[in-house]
Structures are given as structure tokens and as C-alpha cells.
Design a protein around this ligand. Sequence first.
Ligand SMILES: Cc1cc2nc3c(=O)[nH]c(=O)nc-3n(C[C@H](O)[C@H](O)[C@H](O)COP(=O)(O)OP(=O)(O)OC[C@H]3O[C@@H](n4cnc5c(N)ncnc54)[C@H](O)[C@@H]3O)c2cc1C
Length: 557
Amino acid sequence: MFLSHLNPQQREDAVSALAREQFDVLVIGGGVNGVGAALDAASRGLKVALIESQDIAAGTSSRSSKLIHGGLRYLEQYDFKLVREALHERELLVSTLCPHLVKPVGFLFPLTEKFKERTYVGAGLALYDALRGFQRALPWHKHLSQKQINEIAPSLRPDIIMGAIKYFDAQVDDARHTLSVARTAIRHGATIATRVRADSLIREGKRVVGVNARDLVSGELIAIKATATVMCAGIWSDELHAKFDLKAGYHVTMSKGVHIVVPGHAIKSNAGIILKTPVSVLFIIPWGDKWIVGTTDTPYTGDRAEPLASQEDVNYIVDQANRVLTPKLNIKDIIGVYAGLRPLVANNKSSVTTKLSREHTVDRPAPGFVSIAGGKYTTYRIMSRDVIDLAVIELRKLTSESVTEKLPLVGADGYFALVQQIDRISEESGLDLPTINHLLNRYGSLISEILEIIKENPSLASKLTPELPYIKAEIYYAASHEGALTVDDVISRRTRIAFEAESHGIKLAELISEIISPVLGWTNKERKASVSAYQSLVEREIDALAEVISQAHKVNS
Ligand SMILES: Cc1cc2nc3c(=O)[nH]c(=O)nc-3n(C[C@H](O)[C@H](O)[C@H](O)COP(=O)(O)OP(=O)(O)OC[C@H]3O[C@@H](n4cnc5c(N)ncnc54)[C@H](O)[C@@H]3O)c2cc1C
């Protein structure tokens, strides 16, 4: 109790508990909604287990635009309740639940027309700001003069941009946040095991009483007993409903969203930029010393685990951004690309079991089994609460209400005080100020665990590579405290090297494998296998990007 580590020993203990114990709630899926549900249930005092077939956040929850936002576009649909709810969550996340992870970010809304557009967008943003009520962690929007626009965003084309309004939203490293929710759930007693896949349901009559699962590391079957099974499988929902022989009240279709990453110097701006596109919006989002630009929105029916960006996706993003940018983005600038799949929920008209809100759906297709899908990252806490509210009915006992609104994530306690002590921490640890700042914004008060590792092995204080902010201790920590079991887990989700470094960070795979190998107890053969598994995983993505780049060279020559 009170520990929040994920590591090989913890996994071994979790797998044996899964086979041995009777749980109140078993959650399938370790995306943000699954880990949120596990935390919600554990913090109500229930006995909870969660299984994830890949890695924590390996699905959509590591592939979003990474914005914690009310959703300006819902205002155009007059869905004020939804916007207010998301803005309330944004406020909670920035100020209380995880201020070390969720940060305010300013956006410019450029205007191409002087009066009508300014009135329309200005009124929308005033409403957006007003809907958050009296809680105000983020500044109010502001109309900018032409001079201010030139100062803040010299990259906006002065020939077509007639004005701009600056407003605020928030951003997060989605995979890191999902991991922090999982670790908080563990701290409150949840049993969590990754690489364990739900294969079929255990039934007593019509009632679901657990899940037959496969430990994908050992290959063994585990029969997990639970009074309520909660499925949070996102884009895998339809596939699992079919596999479990359940007639669900909704369908989940997929829409692909691609982002590109370009270096800081490619766009000169001190704020993010939001653009209306013919189909949706395009965000230009600051990401450390880089920019994330996206996204697309196209129907998808391919491999769920490995969505791939196409040449058209990348060209679309660059073309849309270049409508307002000077100098124009060059395809040669692109450092990284990633693709994610949105779970889009459609209600089955005949269903009597489904409660469909505008954004997410909860369902009870069989006694003992409930599920949730849809929604957006920002409102994961509400979704998690809603699905556990439904699940506790299965327990037929009095349970307390959700307390997650008042429950900061691991690392949040003392964060604001630690920021004030940054000079002292730097002096005592011997790490420079930018590194301490980087660590505080990734681990909050859990920075002490990283510093402990460095104390034991000072060589881990050095940087992984001069181009990126990560130090070697973070890589070690990914395996010793954060449940990374492969090179891919470290490169793609514990860090974001997969889209922050050239060629998906392949050049760093060997070094990373050497750092995590002692924690994972690998033989040299196992270490090499993890490196080559990562290499083959990214090969197809690199090929796709290389195709785009080679075309750009042809155009430019
Ligand atoms: C391009 C894009 C941009 C987005 N941008 C934003 C944004 O800026 N802000 C925002 O609020 N929202 C955003 N979203 C939406 C948000 O990312 C998703 O709504 C959210 O991450 C979904 O989380 P989830 O837990 O439902 O699904 P997932 O994260 O996909 O989790 C489902 C998990 O279930 C696991 N699983 C599947 N089958 C099994 C099995 N048999 N056994 C065990 N586990 C299994 C999977 O491995 C997976 O990890 C975006 C989405 C996309 C695609």
C-alpha cells in the first residue's frame, strides 16, 4: 500500500494476484479511461484489477493532440453543457489534480477579415472564457493589435492576417499523464498488469463473473474473477464485443488523426496557433523547443495497433499550416510524425441499455459487464466516474461516491513548493536548472525518486543525447518505476523520443536498451531482440515519411 511503482517484480505479483483473488471490479484496457476507472473504483475503497494487452497508453491515449480543452468547436454546435464540463476538468487538472503535468498554453486565433470575423470569434471566445465560471487558473482572452501580432508571431503572414485574438487552453504529455493515473490507482490498492489480454468472458448463467485472459509474456492463461467487469477498450470495443459474444448498445468506428513535429525555428511564434480548416481545425502547438502540427480526420479501417500516416495526411497538414505561415513549412523540416485513431461512437437505435451523451456512451450489455467508449481525453475523469457509477450497481452493496475530483495524482503533492526551491534542488543534486525544471514538469514531487537513482549511480546524471532534455536516470526509472518492459515503451511513451528525435530515435535504441537491461534482467539476446523489435516497428513509418521527403526534394530541385 502507498507504493506506486510499476516494474517487473510488481508485474509478477500482480499476475499472481489476478489468478488468486476475487475482485470487485476488473477493468479491461489501460488507456486514460481504463486507468481512470481503476483509480475511481480503487479510491472508493473497492478491490480493483486492470489488465492492458499492450503497454499503458499504447492505444489512442498516447496519440492525441495533447490538449486539455473545452473544445471551441462545440460552441458552434451550441453544446454549452459539454464545453462547461470540459473547462471545469481543465481547471481541476491545471490547478489541483496534476499541475506538474498539465500546463496552460496560449493560442492565437488569426483573423483574415477586420470586423465581422472579429465580432463572431471574439463573442465565441468571451463565451468560452465565461463558461468556466469563477475558477480562473488561465488568463482571459485578449484582442491583439497588428503590432502585437508581429511581435508575438512574426511567422503569421502580414498580407492576409488582419488581426488575432489570444486565448488560453492547456496541454499535457498524454502518455505520461495516463501513466500517472495508473500509478495513482496502484497507490490506492489497484492491481495492474500490462501485456495481459482479455480473451473471453467467464459466465455463470447470463451473468459475467470474470475474464479469461492470456499473460502475453509467459503465454499462460489466467482466469480472473470479478463481480463487475468494466470494458474501456476505445477503438477495440467492437472487436471485443464480437469476441465476447455481446450485443452492445453502440458501435465504435475509427477516424485517423495525424500530427507532424517540426523544429522550433521552423515557426517563429511565442504562442500556439489555431486555424479553421474546411473540415475542422488545425492546431500549431508548442512542444518544448518544437511544434506539433495537426490534425487530420479521415475514416479508417486498418490495423488498430499500428495506424500509419500517409503521404496525403502529411501534405494536408503542411498545406493547411502554410495558408497562414511565412516562411512556409518545408516537408524537409519534419522531424517526426504520429497517427492516432479516434473512437467515434454511434448508438444502436434499438438499444435500451445504452446511455448516449454527446461525447461518451456507457452500456450494460450483460449482467456483471459494463462498458464505456467515446469522449475525449480532457473529460476522462467524468467518463471513469460514470462507468464506475454503473459498475457498482452490480456489486449489490453500498459504495461511496467518486472522490477523484479531490484526489491529486502522484507527483502533484508539493509541486508548487518544489518549483520555489528549484535553486536549492539544483545545488544539492549538482544538476543544472533546466534539467531540474524538466524533471519537475515530468515527475513533480516524484523527482526525489530520480535523484535517489542518481545518488546510487552518478553516471546516470548525464544526458541521453545533447539534442534532447532527457537524462539517463529517466530511462532507468522508466523500467524501475514506470513499468516499461521494452525499448518501444521507453522511446514511444515514457519519453516522446519517437517523434522528438530524427528517425523515430532509432539511433538511441541501443543505448536505451543497455540502460534498462539490468532492471529488466535481460540476457544480451533479449536486449537485442527488443531493439530490433523497435526497429521493425518504426520501419514502415520511416518509409512513409521518407517517401514524402523524397518527393519534396524532387519538387525543390
Ligand atoms: C488524433 C487525435 C487527437 C486527439 N486530441 C485530443 C485532444 O487534444 N484533447 C482531448 O481531450 N482528446 C483528444 N483526443 C481523444 C482522446 O485521445 C481519446 O478520447 C482517449 O485517449 C481515448 O482513451 P481510451 O482509454 O478510451 O482508449 P485507448 O487509449 O485506446 O485505450 C484502450 C486500451 O484498451 C486496450 N485493449 C484493447 N483490447 C484489449 C484486450 N483484449 N485486453 C486488454 N486490453 C485491451 C488497448 O491496448 C488500449 O491501450 C484525440 C484523439 C485522436 C485520435
